[in-house]
Write a protein that binds this ligand. Structure first.
Ligand code: CP
Ligand code: NVA
Length: 315
């Protein structure tokens, strides 16, 4: 008797949530990057047949909002903007009720908010996939696009070193977790007091299973030495605007400039999730320079999220 062909590892993602980079297995992460590559090259076409993604964004967004909207359009689906200021969420309707009601109309929700707990509460009550479109803790969709960009530059990512210089924030956390899954060494360089969460650090080390090193260092040169990718992000994230001046002082000497970049591997690429503050965490010369892949990286949000939506929605 013929044995049935093995189901794609992505089939197991149907109906699931993506609240953290760690919600994916190593194989699922690699398969999502492979599907994103196929979609980007036009070798695969997926039609979700009118499925609807609700966007609940409590913070500003250009890339995430637009790339999700365009990704759904390209997959034959639609998005609805459920900005809390125009729904009853803004007037205090409980998440438990909102999530159950929206699950009757939409096929998935992409949520950008402050606390990870709020996202988890939506996921608890919703019967449809909930996607983390950035919280204070993580930015898993960003990390998928980032490693897709690294893969495009180097062919394969396993064994490479990605250095992140700056605040140990949401973007750093998802890079640590996703990098660990993919066998990429992730080196976080930050001033004392701005380290990534200790819990995320141990989680990333556990996920790496000895296949990658996840380190935290407090010297910018040591952080970027021989790295294949040098990544930075703003010093004050959304919600930390009142700390902007204190942070500017604390991060003095941590700007990703030409001199610092010269410490990296000669083939190193420069990544930034954007929006960027030129003259603060990165110089205009570096972000506009020949090593910069920031606009490919921004474009890859679209391809990576198209793959993710196709998998979660069973395309
Ligand atoms: N990188 C990123 O998430 O950008 P937006 O805040 O514009 O969505
Ligand atoms: N760390 C930044 C990322 C923006 C995409 C923030 O949370 O504001």
């Amino acid at each position: 008797m013929e044995s049935p062909s093995a189901p794609s590892p992505l089939a197991a993602l149907q109906g699931r949530d993506l609240l953290s980079s760690a919600d994916l297995s190593a194989l699922e992460t690699r398969q999502l990057l492979a599907l994103a590559t196929e979609l980007k090259a036009g070798r695969r076409q997926i039609n979700l047949g009118g499925k609807v993604l609700g966007l609940i964004f409590s913070k500003a967004s250009t890339r995430t909002r637009v790339s999700f909207t365009v990704a759904m359009a390209r997959l034959g689906g639609q998005t609805i903007d459920l900005n809390p200021s125009v729904t009853q969420v803004g007037r205090g309707e409980p998440i438990a009720d909102t999530a159950r009601v929206l699950s009757r109309y939409c096929d998935a929700l992409a949520i950008r908010t402050f606390g990870q707990q709020e996202l988890a509460e939506y996921a608890h009550w919703a019967s449809i996939p909930v996607i983390n479109a950035l919280t204070d803790l993580e930015h898993p969709c960003q990390a998928l696009a980032d490693f897709l960009t690294l893969q495009e530059a180097f062919g394969a990512v396993e064994g490479l070193t990605l250095s992140y210089v700056g605040d140990g924030n949401n973007v750093a956390h998802s890079l640590m977790l996703c990098g660990a899954l993919l066998g990429v060494n992730v080196r976080i360089g930050c001033p004392v007091g701005f380290e990534p969460s200790a819990a995320v650090l141990s989680q990333a080390r556990a996920l790496a299973q000895g296949n990658a090193k996840v380190e935290v260092v407090h010297d910018p040169v040591a952080a970027v030495r021989s790295a294949h990718a040098v990544y930075t992000d703003v010093w004050a994230s959304m919600g930390q605007e009142q700390e902007q001046e204190d942070r500017q002082r604390a991060f003095a000497g941590w700007c990703l400039n030409e001199e610092l970049l010269a410490e990296a591997d000669s083939r190193a690429i420069v990544l930034h999730c954007l929006p960027a503050h030129r003259g603060e965490e990165i110089t205009a010369g570096v972000i506009e320079g020949s090593a910069s892949r920031v606009f490919d990286q921004a474009e890859n949000r679209l391809h990576a999220q198209q793959a993710l939506l196709a998998a979660l929605l069973g395309g």
